[in-house]
Design a binder for this molecule. Structure first.
Ligand SMILES: *[C@@H]1O[C@H](CO)[C@@H](O)[C@H](O)[C@H]1NC(C)=O
Ligand SMILES: *[C@@H]1O[C@H](CO)[C@@H](O)[C@H](O)[C@H]1NC(C)=O
Ligand SMILES: *[C@@H]1O[C@H](CO)[C@@H](O)[C@H](O)[C@H]1NC(C)=O
Ligand SMILES: *[C@@H]1O[C@H](CO)[C@@H](O)[C@H](O)[C@H]1NC(C)=O
Ligand SMILES: *[C@@H]1O[C@H](CO)[C@@H](O)[C@H](O)[C@H]1NC(C)=O
Ligand SMILES: *[C@@H]1O[C@H](CO)[C@@H](O)[C@H](O)[C@H]1NC(C)=O
Ligand SMILES: *[C@@H]1O[C@H](CO)[C@@H](O)[C@H](O)[C@H]1NC(C)=O
Ligand SMILES: *[C@@H]1O[C@H](CO)[C@@H](O)[C@H](O)[C@H]1NC(C)=O
Ligand SMILES: *[C@@H]1O[C@H](CO)[C@@H](O)[C@H](O)[C@H]1NC(C)=O
Length: 438
């Protein structure tokens, strides 16, 4: 008896330590960043079926769903404080009197998908029921209610003596439940959006379990929140690719005191860093300027790039030395690959307008000795053909420039210097032409 249970323990410990990634996430669901609406920043707990469905209708009538914003996601506060006698989460009777199936039916009728929210602990952050120890039951409830996506928060964590696992184990509980439910029901798995706020490095392990993982504390509608989130994410861009990505949090475009230029920078950084894009402004009050930003199709196309899943990354920090972490002055010069060429993002982190210069080959994605056509993704203009370098003139304070550069053939002969990057540049005859000493 003793021997066999010891052996049993040993086997299960072995299984645990050798356990492969819980979910094979390359299953067709969540390959690209999800886009849509989240109720939290505009409404907090003041949600109900009227406001949710009105927002969903506006997503349709304003054309937001046509450009890809196809999720209507509820956040916290949709349920009763107590589970039912049989242990199920119950939709709040005042706020959602017609029930969740009615809600998701109406959302689906509009051609949208529906998202729901829960928590990996005892309670949600607003102290509604969390899913700890109810993972399978709740995943099934969410699926039965007709939801397609689950945002999973990190409040009300059980004591260690109950949990007996770390953050990875805590999130794998719901990931396992979702995977098993999908297997059993033969329905697509819920898109799983992890909301662990970055202290426990979800970019290192989130890909095993989720389609996205929050990397920072909550966003707010001011520039200092945006610059700080961009700074933190600038160091972990390589965690992002198809099926799993850094989630920089809900968009504040249209909220608070953001200037037009700040809102453009915000949207550009989130989109090109391949974050999920979740609108959170009150759409019944939305301005044309806000819509112009949110509906920039050329930038959205890159967020939803079907060929390249990776993020842009900084190639030079700019005002600060490379690799400096600075929450008010993050990296300024960024580039990345895309289906149609190399994408550049220039971010003016200063409080006044600035010219921004870079040599093309500072970006790893540019070929030496070639010229490039320039497309400005905000003015939607072709800005000619360049070689060697580019200067964006008078980029506004906290403003952005987004460019798509396409190879346009060999550069003209005889350009000096013979190597755009002078480090260790050498003639075949052995003459070193730079005078840089390393
Ligand atoms: C629904 O929520 C909205 C926004 O908070 C509020 O204006 C409205 O009164 C609410 N409606 C009901 C029926 O509670
Ligand atoms: C909810 O559950 C708690 C604890 O079981 C109980 O004390 C409370 O009365 C319940 N509240 C309602 C509204 O049923
Ligand atoms: C906003 O755009 C719509 C559609 O293009 C137009 O009809 C409306 O007049 C614009 N509103 C303002 C305030 O510019
Ligand atoms: C690439 O260009 C094609 C043709 O203009 C466009 O349809 C597509 O969306 C672009 N892809 C990206 C990732 O920008
Ligand atoms: C951030 O960078 C700016 C610009 O270099 C500098 O003035 C500021 O002191 C830095 N902040 C911190 C906290 O280091
Ligand atoms: C930028 O490139 C051009 C060639 O296209 C060259 O004449 C110019 O000196 C370069 N500027 C800098 C600052 O390197
Ligand atoms: C591209 O050209 C447009 C139209 O001339 C201009 O408004 C814009 O500033 C240019 N973009 C850059 C980055 O220079
Ligand atoms: C740009 O290239 C020129 C010519 O090689 C070089 O002198 C300059 O230092 C480079 N600037 C940057 C920021 O790389
Ligand atoms: C060797 O290369 C250098 C730099 O291109 C050139 O100036 C020099 O004339 C070359 N010498 C010979 C012997 O070819």
């Amino acid at each position: 008896m003793i021997l066999s249970s010891v052996a049993g323990l040993f086997t299960s410990a072995l299984l645990l330590s050798k356990a492969p990634p819980t979910v094979a996430l390359n299953n067709g669901v969540g390959r690209l960043p999800f886009m849509g609406y989240n109720t939290w920043n505009a409404y907090h707990c003041d949600i109900n079926e009227t406001v949710v469905l009105e927002t969903a209708r506006l997503m349709k009538s304003l054309g937001l769903s046509d450009v890809g914003y196809d999720h209507m996601n509820l956040d916290d506060c949709y349920s009763e404080k107590n589970r039912s006698a049989s242990g199920d989460i119950v939709a709040n009777k005042q706020r959602f009197p017609s029930g969740m199936n009615h809600l998701t039916d109406e959302i689906h009728k509009l051609g949208l998908k529906a998202g729901i929210y829960s928590d990996s602990g005892w309670f949600t952050c607003q102290l509604y029921p969390g899913s700890f120890q109810n993972e399978a039951r709740d995943a099934k409830q969410f699926q039965d209610w007709g939801f397609d996506l689950l945002k999973y928060d990190n409040c009300a964590v059980p004591f260690d003596s109950i949990l007996r696992q770390g953050i990875v184990g805590k999130y794998s509980r719901m990931a396992d439940a979702i995977a098993q439910l999908a297997k059993k029901s033969k329905k697509p798995p819920l898109i799983f959006s992890l909301c662990e706020w970055g202290r426990e490095q979800p970019w290192l392990w989130g890909r095993r379990f989720g389609h996205s993982w929050r990397t920072t504390n909550d966003i707010g509608p001011e520039w200092r929140f945006l610059s700080s989130i961009i700074n933190q994410n600038s160091f972990i861009t390589s965690a992002t690719d198809f099926y799993g990505r850094n989630d920089m949090d809900i968009l504040e475009v249209g909220n608070g005191e953001l200037t037009f230029d700040e809102a453009k920078s915000h949207f550009t950084a989130w989109a090109l860093m391949k974050s999920p894009l979740l609108i959170s402004t009150d759409l019944s009050q939305v301005t044309n300027e806000t819509l112009e930003i949110l509906m920039n199709r050329e930038i959205l196309a890159i967020n939803q790039d079907p060929v390249v899943g990776t993020s842009i990354s900084p190639f030079r920090w700019g005002v600060n030395p490379d690799w400096t972490s600075n929450s008010t002055h993050p990296a300024q010069y960024w580039s990345g690959e895309s289906q149609n060429g190399t994408v550049f993002m220039l971010l003016n982190v200063l409080d006044e307008p600035a010219d921004m210069f870079f040599n093309l080959t500072e970006s790893p994605w540019i070929r030496a000795g070639r010229q490039y056509s320039v497309r400005d993704l905000w003015t939607h203009t072709d800005n000619g053909t360049i070689f060697r370098n580019f200067t964006a003139r008078q980029v506004p304070a906290h403003g952005v420039v987004a460019l798509l550069m396409k190879d346009a053939g060999d550069e003209p002969a005889g350009l000096e210097p013979p190597c755009a990057r002078l480090e260790w540049c050498m003639d075949q005859n052995g003459t070193r032409i730079d005078n840089i000493n390393f």
